[in-house]
Design a protein around this ligand. Structure first.
Ligand code: UT7
Length: 325
């Protein structure tokens, strides 16, 4: 059977920065609290007229170039977002047009922060069945446009970014194993409302704006640590490997404490973990592909290395993968 391998990666980070000093100026918080409880120092924020598809187009273009392909080589565009430009058309269709990917089918999906590993899992199926040769997986979010800047418990966490990867048919091993899952019974731990009229949910928001993000932070943190450790172990077992075989782990960049507790549970050293959350905060599904792109650019991943990607998020969902680079 043909394998699915990442052949190119790309990211995009908007220019504007909200540092902790700026957060101190808008809510009752301080640099010491944010740093100690999350590890975040800065987050990048999209311009007023910059939206998910604008950022996704740039990240997608960079990933295609990095793969040495052209837009016309792409057979399918998968786009993960919780902050779409429109409910319809799908962001992926707008990006298809922007890129000139005239041969690509396109659809959006929502697995919140677990979007990248979910996208790799979908791409792998289409490639292994021989349906497609090149699938572009893009994660993009303008979380700042859905953030309640009156809620100090959430507004210090989020930033904006886009990250992308081309997954191509290959004889090399590539994406060895993936594990995605959901616990819908805890779904209301992170919410942002669309059409549903839910007064109870709306009332939880400091701003009372129903399309902003609300979160039960402690509950999500507890879920995240176990979900990340368990899913990583399952993909490593399925790959027939042990933690000693893994050169690098790229986790969802939500909170330093979550990552720290999860890696203690996994029993691995911090040196194996790639973190950039200090500079960007939590950018939802984009966290992992942006970090992966930077790890590649910084020479932290060499051909043949085995790496683990692992995330969790709204839904609640999780996703982990073992890749051979
Ligand atoms: O992508 C997936 C999405 N979600 C996540 O990854 C988030 C998971 N959760 C978390 O990262 C953490 O729960 C938070 C960082 C959100 C909060 O940290 P925590 O250790 O769970 O704090 P807490 O909610 O228990 O709050 C502790 C105290 C509270 O004050 P009292 O009640 O002890 O007086 C909060 O009101 O900290 C207060 N607090 C703040 N203080 C200063 C909450 N936010 C802030 C803030 N600055 N920004």
């Amino acid at each position: 059977m043909v394998n699915a391998k990442i052949s190119g990666v790309g990211g995009y980070i908007p220019e504007k920065v909200y540092d902790n000093a700026y957060m101190e100026s808008i809510v009752d918080t301080n640099d010491e609290w944010i740093t100690r409880r999350t590890g975040i120092k800065e987050r990048h924020i999209s311009a007023d007229n910059e939206y998910t598809t604008d950022m996704a187009t740039i990240a997608g273009k960079r990933a295609i170039e990095n793969a040495g392909l052209t837009a016309e080589d792409i057979d399918l565009i998968l786009l993960a977002t919780v902050t779409p430009d429109y409910f319809t058309p799908a962001c992926s269709c707008i990006v298809q047009h922007n890129l000139g990917a005239i041969n690509a089918a396109a659809f959006d999906y929502n697995a919140a922060c677990s979007g990248f590993v979910t996208g790799l899992t979908i791409a792998k199926q289409f490639i292994q069945t021989g349906t497609y040769k090149n699938v572009l997986v893009i994660c993009a979010d303008v979380l700042s446009k859905a953030t309640d800047y009156k809620d100090r418990a959430t507004c210090v966490l989020f930033g904006d970014a886009a990250g992308a990867a081309v997954v191509s048919a290959s004889e090399e091993r590539g994406i060895i194993s993936t594990d995605i899952g959901a616990d819908g019974s805890s779904g209301l731990a992170i919410t942002s409302l669309a059409y549903r009229d839910d007064e109870e949910e709306t009332e939880k928001r400091v701003s009372r704006k129903k399309d902003t993000i609300w979160m039960a932070g402690q509950a999500v943190m507890k879920f995240a640590v176990k979900a990340m450790a368990d899913a990583s172990q399952r993909v490593i077992d399925e790959a027939g490997l042990t933690w000693d075989d893994i050169e690098l782990v790229i986790p969802h960049q939500a909170n330093y404490r979550i990552v720290d507790s999860a890696i203690k549970r996994m029993g691995i050293s911090k040196d194996k973990v790639f973190l950039n959350l200090e500079k960007y905060g939590n950018t939802s599904a984009s966290c992992i592909p942006v970090a992966l792109t930077q790890a590649v650019e910084q020479g932290k991943i060499k051909k043949g290395d085995k790496i683990v990607l692992v995330g969790f998020g709204g839904g609640l969902t999780w996703g982990a993968a073992v890749l051979e680079w």
